[in-house]
Design a protein around this ligand. Structure first.
Ligand SMILES: [Zn+2]
Length: 76
């Protein structure tokens, strides 16, 4: 039996070789949340999606900071 890690819960949809779309429901067990599909001999193990490794920057579309930005070039 092969093991597939999934990030969806509580139902896993997957396709069998014959084209069937099969849904299996994950069940909470002592060693994790898993589902077994005997049709394709696969065990699905739920794994929480890991947080994004990409650093998030502030959107440049945020409103500008209020304040006096007089650059001193009004007197030209
Ligand atoms: Zn299956």
């Amino acid at each position: 039996m092969r093991t597939v890690y999934v990030g969806e819960y509580p139902a896993i949809q997957h396709r069998h070789d014959n084209g069937d779309i099969v849904t299996v429901r994950l069940r909470r067990k002592a060693d994790g949340i898993r589902a077994t599909c005997e049709g394709c001999d696969t065990e699905f193990v739920y794994r929480k999606p890991s947080p994004s490794q990409v650093q998030h920057y502030k959107s440049p579309l945020l409103p500008g900071v209020k304040g006096n930005f007089d650059a001193g070039d009004d007197e030209h």
